[in-house]
Write a protein that binds this ligand. Structure first.
Ligand SMILES: Nc1nc2c(c(=O)[nH]1)N[C@H]1C(S)=C(S)[C@@H](COP(=O)(O)O)O[C@H]1N2
Ligand SMILES: [Mo]
Length: 412
């Protein structure tokens, strides 16, 4: 279905509605967002979190931190469909000065640096003067599932909901860079958004990609998400979408693109978001002297969405067990399910394919044959042959967890 998307009209409408409806007028401060409904308890120590509905353009979300906001998607949302609604899509910001209003009429995206001609685009230019593209892609925080690391590690204590899948619509980064003309000798392209730190010495949040990656035609500057302008907290009016790569590169409120003729040495590339250069970024706790590299491609993952640990099932009755899976930086090849703790595996049915970077639903029919508890396991494989480890991968910053997920079921 083709939608007539006028982000200027829509954004004004949605954005103003989002703000006024929630009485969201001041800075992103704690007082604006205090209301609490209920809470959720995750299966790790100190796992209780409040559910809040008070953030602009957001429905019920798991509150991890108020300022700068970290909001997690309640896991049942992933059972409702493979696309994560914008008002339930998780939120993560590093720096606390986030504009609360962005005027779509005066906003500009600038491209500068090692280019033939610096260029500046209005939102209207992006929508009307470039061919739109759409990609369904999973946006997953590098630290998704960090709270399950054993031993525990510092950082945002996410359960499994620091991820979401959307149809992103925008313009290919290549088309924009071609207008500016990337000069010979360019190495990287650096992306910066409108957010800043409170203290002047806080390093501005910026991320870079290699020039070749930036010109691959898939990396895009998105102005819409699931057919609507981006929610403010997900980067209104523009964000970078880097299909298959961890969300740290998906710079929000993107207004500045700088082509560099040397490697980016900014804090967020050289000090933060580094992983051990090992399979699954896995090390032994305490291990020293491991080479590190910037985090990059996502690994395959799969989850149960309609059954929780310790669920009770009637002996002899068939239940459809389902979930979601994704291939990481390439398509999902298959999902294997075990209903007996990993002795035997069967291939799960897969739902509609929305493209290689999207979530895909899987399902199997499972019957608890006897009055014994069982452990159910699920494991995804991507088309490059990568899969999920049976023993959890671990590293100090708590990145890239993708262990085989399991739930125990009990006879009812
Ligand atoms: N401008 C800006 N963009 C950003 C960040 C940020 O702090 N500032 N955080 C990044 C990280 S680490 C993540 S996980 C994703 C989160 O995207 P979301 O809030 O839309 O879910 O945004 C990325 N883009
Ligand atoms: Mo992140």
């Amino acid at each position: 279905m083709q939608r007539d998307l006028d982000p200027l009209a829509q954004s004004r409408r949605h954005f103003i509605a989002g703000l006024s409806g929630l009485g969201f007028t001041g800075l992103l401060g704690a007082s604006a967002w205090s209301g609490t409904d209920e809470s959720v308890v995750f299966p790790f120590v100190n796992g209780e979190r409040n559910l809040v509905k008070t953030f602009p353009q957001k429905g019920s979300m798991v509150l991890q931190r108020t300022r700068p906001p970290l909001l997690e998607t309640p896991f049942e949302v992933f059972d409702q469909g493979v696309f994560t609604p914008n008002d339930r899509f998780y939120v993560r910001w590093h720096l606390a000065n986030i504009p609360t209003v962005v005027d779509p009429a005066t906003f500009r995206l600038n491209i500068r640096g090692h280019v033939g001609q610096p260029v500046s685009f209005t939102l209207d230019d992006l929508v009307r003067k470039f061919k739109p593209m759409e990609i369904a892609a999973v946006n997953q925080c590098s630290g998704n599932s960090r709270a399950f690391f054993t031993p525990r590690v510092a950082g945002g204590q996410w359960a499994n909901g620091a991820m979401g899948n959307a149809v992103w619509r925008g313009v290919s980064l290549k088309a924009l860079l071609d207008r500016a003309g990337v000069k010979t000798g360019a190495l990287q392209v650096r992306f910066n958004g409108l957010d800043t730190g409170i203290l002047p010495q806080t390093p501005d949040f910026m991320k870079s990609l290699d020039v070749d990656h930036s010109l691959d035609g898939e990396v895009m500057v998105a102005y819409a998400m699931n057919g609507e302008p981006l929610p403010l907290l997900n980067g209104y009016p523009l964000r970078l979408v880097v299909p298959g790569w961890y969300a740290t590169y998906w710079v929000k409120m993107l207004n500045d693109i700088e082509v560099l003729d040397k490697p980016d040495d900014n804090f967020w590339m050289t000090r933060a978001y580094l992983i051990p250069d090992t399979p699954f970024a896995d090390v032994v706790p305490g291990q020293q002297g491991v080479k590190t590299i910037p985090i990059n491609r996502m690994l395959p993952r799969s989850f149960f969405t309609n059954i929780q640990d310790q669920a009770k099932l009637k002996v002899g009755e068939t239940t459809t067990v389902r979930g979601i899976a994704f291939g990481g930086d390439t398509g999902l090849a298959k999902v294997l399910f075990s209903g007996d703790g990993g002795s035997q595996w069967q291939e799960a049915r897969l739902g509609p394919d929305h493209g290689k970077y999207s979530f895909r639903q899987w399902s199997v029919d499972f019957r608890l044959a006897s009055a014994q508890p069982q452990k159910l396991l699920v494991k995804a494989f991507n088309t490059a042959g990568a899969s999920q480890p049976e023993r959890a991968n671990w590293n100090g910053p708590g990145y890239m967890r993708n262990v085989v997920e399991s739930v125990s079921v009990q006879p009812a």
